[in-house]
Design a protein around this ligand. Structure first.
Ligand SMILES: [Zn+2]
Length: 228
């Protein structure tokens, strides 16, 4: 009996930390209004010198504004891409400086420092401090909560594309997104993967065919993307 209880508690703790929608440790905004026929697209892990420009070209062709959760160390390497993202009307969010696999084990001060450093490099390029923060791997815990609380809006997602899984074919990824998409959804995509530009084209086409509008993230969730 004790074994069952311990297993249940452990599973609960893993779920609470690993599923950004759980809201147990840190309440993240994972969708907008279900009554409005609109969704938002978000891209993680850029900027990428090959794939981000392709994504930007596709967004421009379709007159769509998205949100990019950028990694600080890559921002420093490709500042001109960050400027392009911003100049073309997209939202820039904070996805930590290091995107370290071990950041969940760090102290809250170290986590905060990593996030703050990213905001500083973004400010140097666009002159604004982002408020939207997306935790790497969608993992939250009490230390991340302490680092982020009252300073940032944690942004999650309601549709995970699984575009990082190499064994999934592009067509099945976009079909799944389009089949599942509902009013108010926030879609998680990545702009550092092979074929991400082509995937985006079919995702946009499918969503628009369903009569759902793709709107900027700040509009979907009715929040400011930057400090005023
Ligand atoms: Zn990431």
């Amino acid at each position: 009996m004790l074994f069952i209880i311990i297993s249940f508690v452990l599973l609960f703790l893993i779920w609470a930390s690993a599923d950004i929608r759980s809201g147990i440790y840190l309440r993240c905004i994972c969708r907008g209004n279900r009554m409005e026929k609109a969704v938002a697209l978000t891209f993680d892990d850029g900027p990428d010198p090959v794939h981000t420009p392709r994504i930007l070209d596709t967004l421009k062709e379709n007159n769509i504004k998205a949100a990019f959760f950028l990694i600080g160390s890559k921002i420093e390497t490709y500042p001109e891409l960050v400027k392009r993202i911003y100049d073309e009307g997209h939202i820039i969010g904070n996805h930590t400086y290091s995107h370290s696999g071990s950041y969940t084990l760090w102290s809250s001060d170290r986590i905060y420092e990593d996030i703050r450093k990213t905001n500083d490099v973004i400010y140097k390029i666009i002159g604004k401090y982002p408020i939207f923060f997306r935790p790497p791997f969608g993992v939250t815990n009490p230390l991340i909560r302490r680092a982020v609380k009252n300073r940032f809006d944690c942004i999650g997602w309601s549709i995970r594309s699984y575009d990082t899984l190499k064994f999934l074919k592009r067509d099945s990824i976009s079909e799944r997104i389009v089949r599942n998409i509902k009013n108010g959804d926030i879609v998680l995509l990545h702009d550092n993967r092979e074929g991400s530009g082509l995937l985006l084209k079919s995702v946009i086409e499918g969503i628009e065919k369903k009569g759902i509008k793709i709107v900027p993230l700040d509009r979907l969730i009715n929040k400011n993307a930057y400090e005023i």
